[in-house]
Design a protein around this ligand. Structure first.
Ligand SMILES: [Ca+2]
Length: 388
């Protein structure tokens, strides 16, 4: 899991830990929602939370990754996730002061201090492709829920001649990112992960190009875009309805998610304002910026949906659409805009002297297509179980 926790990354990680399907999880952190030191520390905190009281834990290691995008951007979504990326809830709330020491020891054991996230990709590639290949019978799923800086950096280091072999080590590749037919969430055009490091996304797309059509051994990447993630909302009352009186996890998660929910409250307030709707405002709980009042009503489930798609691939197979996709690396307003190229093939063909659709501008992918049907209810059930 390559991630930038982040409240929704945290939910995705809890879902992964509690799904019971993974023997081991490598967590690669990257700068995104907050800086990389903080996303790393957040991953460790969520691991502690997620493995608390678990009888058989997957083997877990955390590898710290890149601190800025390939073009030097140090992003922040602190207004969405809190200054510390997890709702600004002190660890002491989770632990009580007396258990801080056990916390520090536990999380220290999760962290791999010597190898970076980028080096871990390369190490894994070398171990598997130069060792006994895929014949080791293990399934390896890559789930990316942050900017793609780590994996793109690894691809750059490996060089194009190794790209096909690199993708062959994976059974599936699932990427949360992009907005194809809907507005973005960081700019009008773009989704946050794609906008933060569009060059990395482009390198990843190009590394698949011309390869996945030739070989069954290379997985076709599945994109989980805002088109589907904004269709699944977790309502505050659903969170309140989880019955787990003895859970130490749930109270912390509810504290952690308050800011994230409040941000979405502002989002809803904006939507409602646009529609001239009247919102009932709970003034005591109202909190907002830009003069917008809001209450914690719901949040989107971007990253957990991507994780669920990876874990339950068979259940969503019929919701996937084959397409080709392109990302803009422009510096201006189109930075990180993702396009379905098939929508307007003639625009690209017109630039070609022979009138053929050029190969350099598109990569075959699949995306979770909300027009094909609803996300199964099992997704939210699994998520709510993971939080209890
Ligand atoms: Ca994320």
């Amino acid at each position: 899991m390559d991630c930038d926790p982040g409240c929704d990354d945290a939910l995705a990680l809890l879902l992964a830990l509690r799904s019971g399907v993974f023997e081991g999880i490598d967590i690669l952190t990257v700068a995104g929602n907050v800086g990389v030191n903080q996303t790393t520390s957040n991953a460790l905190r969520i691991l502690y939370l997620g493995t608390m009281g678990m009888k058989s834990k997957p083997t877990v290691k955390v590898y710290k990754g890149c601190s800025a995008s390939l073009d030097g951007v140090r992003p922040s979504a602190a207004s969405v996730h809190g200054r510390d990326g997890l709702g600004d809830v002190p660890v002491s709330v989770l632990l009580g002061k007396e258990r801080i020491e056990s916390f520090s020891n536990t999380v220290a054991a999760f962290l791999e201090p010597k190898i970076s996230a980028v080096q871990r990709y390369i190490e894994l590639f070398q171990e598997i492709s130069e060792g006994n290949g895929k014949n080791d019978n293990s399934q390896r799923d890559l789930v990316c829920t942050g900017p793609l800086t780590n994996v793109a950096s690894a691809l750059i280091q490996l060089g194009p001649r190794n790209h096909a072999a690199f993708w062959k080590i994976w059974s599936s590749v699932t990427i949360m990112g992009g907005a194809l037919g809907v507005q973005g969430n960081i700019s009008y055009a773009s989704e946050f992960n794609a906008h933060t490091d569009p060059l990395a996304l482009r390198i990843v797309l190009e590394s698949f190009r011309g390869q996945n059509s030739k070989s069954d051994e290379i997985p076709v990447p599945v994109f989980v875009t805002l088109d589907s993630t904004e269709k699944v909302r977790l309502d505050w009352h659903e969170l309140e309805s989880i019955k787990a009186p003895r859970s130490k996890r749930l109270p912390y998660i509810k504290c952690m998610l308050q800011k994230y929910f409040l941000f979405h409250g502002q989002y809803a307030a904006k939507e409602d304002e646009r529609k001239n709707a009247i919102m009932k405002i709970d003034r005591k709980n109202a909190l907002g910026s830009g003069g917008l009042k809001c209450i914690p009503r719901f949040c989107f489930l971007h990253d957990p949906l991507a994780m669920w798609v990876a874990v339950k691939r068979k259940r969503i197979e019929k919701l996937l659409t084959d397409t080709t996709i392109y990302v803009s690396t422009d510096l201006g307003a189109a930075r990180g805009k993702t396009f379905l190229v098939e929508d307007r093939p003639f625009l690209f063909a017109a630039d070609e002297p022979d009138g053929k659709r050029p190969g350099y501008d598109r990569t075959r992918v699949r995306f979770l297509d909300p027009s094909k049907g609803r996300i199964p209810d099992g997704f939210k059930k699994d998520l709510m179980n993971a939080l209890s």
